[in-house]
Write a protein that binds this ligand. Structure first.
Ligand code: SF4
Ligand code: SF4
Length: 433
């Protein structure tokens, strides 16, 4: 795509980066066929190519975006399916991240929208606040259908509908020290996952320890910043990235780390991008690149180490590949191979490349599109006649549980169970042994 950014604009590294992304696009439109919003809405402006044109116009002319442009960028799930499809290597992720930061800086959203975004950014990345908010939301849950009738209150209704009826006990922040170890890894504690599904972390620690790999939680580490990053809150996202880089570099330079493991692939995609996000920071560019190079999805690490023999117990698993794992990190085979090697029958739903509609805060801020995608995903999974859904991202697990009519677990919970760990609580219909 031809561009005509003024030279002074290109002096800004973010602008220069976006210009080089835009120039790679050859307008072929292959990406439209695999873009969930284009598939659902059929509007070129809701396709990757259409968004690239709109973002180009906004950035090149240093425009304050119109409400129409913001609408189409907001409807993007950041699922990155377009990056898998694109034959020209267009890095749409970096482009839309820049567009979102530009919108956040230049566009004044309607009052309710500002309020919801401030609430999400102020609560979700902080486990204690999130826990408190979920307890309050559980009380307001019955109001969700009523609130849904009022357009401006739909995000609030979506928040209430997503809140679990009861919260599990807090996730443990302790992991045993191993006297003799084959490896030492830091595990991201994260923000939403340990509040909603602490069993994901517990299964990961158990499985890795059983395999002789020590797990540590780096003091000072917190939310990876992905949630605020995808809302265009760049300063908040970079502050989260710097804090985590400091925490993990202290471990790397202390007892050393073989990997930084992530059980939520949405977070993993962002941590693997810290090197890019902080590339112009004279202090953090190099350590951030070191952290990104060590970051791994838990399934990538498990595929490299020796696991005990598995016992699949005749269970059929519908494996849902999270977009952030398959498109963002290009980790496609490891989880399926691990599950099959552990003795499970693994089936993959039709349209596995399409997002389930979770996408961070998308199922709150764009709940109508998210619900349509969730229902479509639920139907594709139901057609598999499986016993359980396995996935590698807390957002997908929460979203799919609403639509699939099956228990949804983390891939690691099944691997842990097959190799000597306890049966996941949601699979009580199966015998323990
Ligand atoms: S990230 Fe997903 S929703 Fe956004 S343009 Fe690409 S394919 Fe479409
Ligand atoms: S597939 Fe790639 S090159 Fe083709 S229109 Fe989409 S982004 Fe541009």
């Amino acid at each position: 795509m031809q561009t005509s950014f003024p030279p002074e604009a290109l002096a800004n590294p973010a602008m220069a980066s976006s210009e080089s992304v835009i120039r790679k696009c050859v307008h072929c439109g292959f990406c439209t066929a695999t873009c969930p919003t284009y598939v659902l809405l059929g509007d070129e402006l809701d396709s990757p190519r259409g968004r690239i044109y709109q973002i180009k116009d906004m950035l090149e002319n240093d425009r304050t975006p119109s409400a129409e442009v913001v609408k189409h960028v907001d409807r993007c799930l950041s699922c990155l399916s377009c990056m898998t499809t694109c034959p020209s290597g267009v890095n749409y992720m970096h482009l839309v991240d820049h567009a979102r930061a530009h919108i956040e800086a230049r566009y004044r959203r309607p009052a309710f929208d500002r309020l919801y975004r401030a609430l999400l950014a102020g609560v979700l990345p902080h486990p204690m606040r999130f826990r408190l908010a979920l307890n309050l939301a559980a009380l307001g849950r019955p109001l969700a259908p009523l609130l849904r009738q009022v357009r401006a209150l739909r995000p609030l209704a979506a928040m209430l509908a997503l809140a679990p009826k009861a919260l599990p006990a807090r996730a443990s922040t302790e992991a045993p020290r191993l006297p003799a170890r084959k490896g030492r890894v830091a595990l991201l504690q994260g923000c939403a996952e340990p509040v909603l599904r602490p069993e994901f972390r517990a299964a990961t620690v158990r499985l890795l320890n059983r395999c002789g790999h020590e797990v540590v939680f780096a003091p000072g580490e917190g939310c990876c910043g992905a949630l605020v990053h995808h809302m265009g809150r760049e300063d908040d996202a970079l502050a989260a990235a710097r804090r985590n880089v400091d925490a993990w570099i202290a471990e790397i330079e202390g007892e050393g780390l073989d990997a930084i493991l992530v059980t939520a692939s949405g977070c993993g995609t962002t941590i693997k991008d810290y090197g890019f996000m902080l590339r112009d920071d004279p202090v953090y560019a190099e350590p951030a690149a070191r952290v990104s190079a060590l970051a791994m999805d838990v399934s990538e690490y498990l595929a490299r180490i020796e696991l005990p023999a598995g016992q699949g117990r005749g269970v059929t698993v519908a494996y849902h590949p999270a977009c952030s794992l398959q498109h963002g990190q290009k980790v496609t085979e490891a989880p399926k191979r691990l599950l099959a090697a552990a003795g499970y029958t693994v089936r993959v739903p039709a349209e596995a490349h399409l997002c389930c509609g979770s996408a961070g805060t998308y199922n709150i801020l764009q709940s109508e599109i998210a619900d349509r995608l969730g229902a479509r995903k639920g139907a594709a999974i139901a057609a598999l006649d499986a016993d359980v859904v396995a996935t590698g991202n807390i957002g997908c697990a929460t979203q799919i549980a609403r639509f699939a009519g099956l228990p949804v677990v983390h891939t690691v919970e099944l691997l842990d169970w097959a190799t000597g760990g306890p049966r996941p609580a949601s699979l009580s219909i199966f015998p323990e042994e």
